[in-house]
Design a protein around this ligand. Structure first.
Ligand SMILES: Nc1ncnc2c1ncn2[C@@H]1O[C@H](COP(=O)(O)OP(=O)(O)OP(=O)(O)O)[C@@H](O)[C@H]1O
Ligand SMILES: Nc1ccn([C@H]2C[C@H](O)[C@@H](COP(=O)(O)O)O2)c(=O)n1
Ligand SMILES: [Mg+2]
Length: 241
């Protein structure tokens, strides 16, 4: 299960995404070697060699399906480092970032931020500290996210969790979350659910076809759900030992 990521400096430096592409159906288009792109990766975004033997888990599910809640349990029990793409984007949004306004508008509209921004934030976090077991929550949200990450790092996730939750339950949970998020309102939730279905389900199908998907029934108490999650990580630990 512990695998070797073949991170390629060359592909990282030459990977570009146009902002124009980001407007197309939210399914952002990856272009290599596009000159004049306003968003591009730089040498400092390279995945550090010390992370070459990482365990990477993607945590997927619709808005309010319980990804963040279960990630906290996984961190506590199995010592993974939790990277929430949404949290990283919110942090970037309130910093002095040149992308702040774009991120705010995109999140408010329930759309997906271009991968050039999100992947950079994730890779940067992966380089801090010594923990090489990563839970990447809320990513990839689209095929464009997935292809960008896999292209830049030269690796696939070891496995993918999918919290499968009925829409009605997700809406109920988000509306009672009370964390002051600008996207936790009924109008944005409806948009996020549509984006989830159109852009995230294809990613989930992709990993199911690759034999990497663990589908978790996200209805039940937090404890009941964690009892489905636990064996996935316990098996991973055994393989690594
Ligand atoms: N099993 C559960 N039963 C009831 N409520 C839950 C359950 N798991 C989480 N919640 C609650 O539902 C809300 C959404 O959970 P959480 O933030 O973990 O979802 P998420 O998948 O990370 O959502 P988002 O994609 O919007 O960040 C929170 O208020 C959380 O406390
Ligand atoms: N890969 C991602 C993850 C998140 N976002 C944006 C759009 C989401 O609606 C918002 C909140 O994410 P969450 O906290 O619900 O995981 O952040 C994105 O554009 N790309
Ligand atoms: Mg979350």
């Amino acid at each position: 299960m512990w695998k070797r990521a073949t991170s390629s400096l060359k592909s990282l430096l030459s990977f570009h995404i146009t902002q124009e592409g980001s407007k197309l159906n939210n399914a952002f288009h990856c272009h290599r070697f596009i000159s004049g792109s306003p968003l591009h990766f730089q040498e400092k975004d390279v995945v550090s060699p010390k992370h070459m033997d990482s365990v990477i888990t993607f945590v997927l599910g619709g808005p309010g399906s319980g990804k963040g809640t279960q990630c906290a349990r996984i961190v506590e029990t199995f010592g993974f480092k939790h990277l929430s793409a949404g949290d990283l984007l919110r942090k970037e949004m309130v910093s002095d970032s040149e992308y702040g306004a774009m991120i705010l508008e995109t999140i408010r509209e329930g759309r997906i931020v271009p991968s050039a921004v999100t992947v950079r934030l994730i890779l940067r976090e992966m380089q801090y500290g010594d923990n090489r077991k990563f839970l990447i929550d809320g990513f990839p949200r689209s095929e464009e996210n997935r292809i960008a990450f896999e292209h830049i790092t030269g690796t696939e996730p070891d496995f993918v969790l999918f919290f499968d939750c009925p829409e009605e339950e997700m809406v109920k949970r988000v509306l009672s979350r009370n964390q002051g998020r600008i996207d936790d309102n009924i109008d944005t939730i409806k948009k996020r659910l549509k984006v989830f279905e159109a852009l995230n389900l294809p990613v989930i199908d992709h990993y199911a076809r690759r034999g990497r998907l663990h589908r978790i029934n996200a209805v039940g108490t937090e404890d009941e759900i964690f009892e489905q999650v636990r064996p996935v990580f316990a098996a991973c630990e055994q393989t690594a030992a």
